[in-house]
Design a protein around this ligand. Structure first.
Ligand code: PHE
Length: 343
């Protein structure tokens, strides 16, 4: 048994050291290792000398070695074409080459790009902000009071070395960054990753993606908000999709509303995704709270605005029927391949 282990080790080293660079060498390799009188055959024969209680282990080892040799031989197949100076003129260079597999865009990027480009056509500019934020931009400036439950450690990831930093829990923090640096009129769309301390399951993840919108100017009304979002839904999902607004609450908007669209998975017949209601929530929205405007020195008597924030995963789920949030971050090529060709 000992000598068998040693032999296999030496053979592996020998194979690794062998340089195979042309078709003749490939054939030599085959005869030497895999031929009827080859080394593999003969070493297999040594099973006879192995003690009965070691046969299982030895068998496994020999099998592994066999696979090793076969794989190596397989990897030499491409060398076989054997282009030489003599035959180079007989080769048909116009034949198509072997296809090179191309990558594909991640479904979340595809959907984010679609969302962003719809708003760009309406004159929104892209704005981005940091994923590591401070309390002020993520919470304080957005009118989230000190004791708001969202600030709880249970929902928010704080940076352990410096707890005044956190991972942003929503892209509304980018609203704050924009208002800090720009004067109205403001029209921005802010795509980005956000983090919440959730147990990972098919329906929840500790990070996901949002696209935030912010529009501030004179005379901006709730009707503008509705019309903008109607336009978005029609462009994204087609003209047949129904839309409804439900009153809601966010500290940074007043009034606030959540928007639902008719369930595209079951055509509103009722399914798991719409929890048998026929409707799926896709975003939160509202008129920017005067306090938020004042936090950035924007005169709330002169200016009004609307804001919205939508989940990219949710929109992707409705568009491409992805039913498990974990699929987005597992990098399973079988999943990702299905989106090849989408931009
Ligand atoms: N920030 C909110 C969320 O994460 C969404 C939202 C954005 C609501 C803008 C209103 C206005 O749920």
């Amino acid at each position: 048994m000992e000598s068998l282990i040693l032999k296999i080790q030496n053979y592996k080293q020998e194979i690794d050291a062998t340089i195979v660079s042309d078709a003749n060498a490939v054939e030599e390799f085959r005869i030497k290792w895999l031929g009827t009188k080859g080394i593999l055959k003969s070493i297999m024969g040594e099973m006879r000398n192995v003690a009965a209680e070691q046969k299982k282990e030895a068998g496994q080892m020999l099998n592994d070695f066999k696979l090793f040799v076969e794989e190596r031989f397989e990897s030499y197949q491409s060398i076989k074409s054997n282009i030489t100076q003599e035959n180079i003129n007989q080769i048909d260079w116009s034949l198509p080459g072997s296809p090179i597999p191309i990558g594909s865009r991640h479904p979340l990027s595809v959907v984010r790009n679609k969302i962003v480009s719809i708003f760009q056509r309406l004159g929104f500019a892209i704005a981005e902000g940091p994923e590591i934020e401070d309390d002020w931009h993520n919470f304080g400036a957005m009118n989230l009071p000190e004791d708001h439950p969202a600030r709880d450690m249970q929902d928010t990831f704080y940076i352990s070395q410096n707890p005044s930093w956190l991972l942003r829990t929503h892209t509304s923090s980018v609203q704050a960054r924009v208002m800090e640096n720009q004067k109205p009129p403001i029209r921005v769309i802010c795509p980005g990753r956000v983090y919440r301390n959730e147990t990972i399951s098919a329906r929840a993840h500790c990070f996901f993606h949002q696209v935030e919108g912010l529009y501030i100017d004179e005379n901006v009304s709730f009707a503008d908000l509705k019309q903008t979002l109607y336009f978005f839904v029609q462009e994204m999902f087609g003209k047949d999709v129904k839309v409804r607004f439900r009153p809601s609450y966010f500290p940074f908007t007043e009034p606030s509303a959540e928007m639902d669209i008719s369930c595209l998975i079951c055509e509103s017949k009722g399914c798991n995704v719409c929890k048998h209601t026929g409707w799926v929530e896709i975003l939160g929205s509202g008129m920017v709270h005067p306090k938020v405007l004042e936090n950035f020195g924007i005169d709330s008597n002169k200016y009004t605005g609307f804001a919205f924030g939508m989940g990219v995963e949710r929109i992707c789920q409705l568009k491409y029927q992805v039913n498990d949030l974990r699929l987005y971050s597992q990098n399973d090529v079988r999943f990702l391949k299905q989106f090849t060709g989408l931009v």
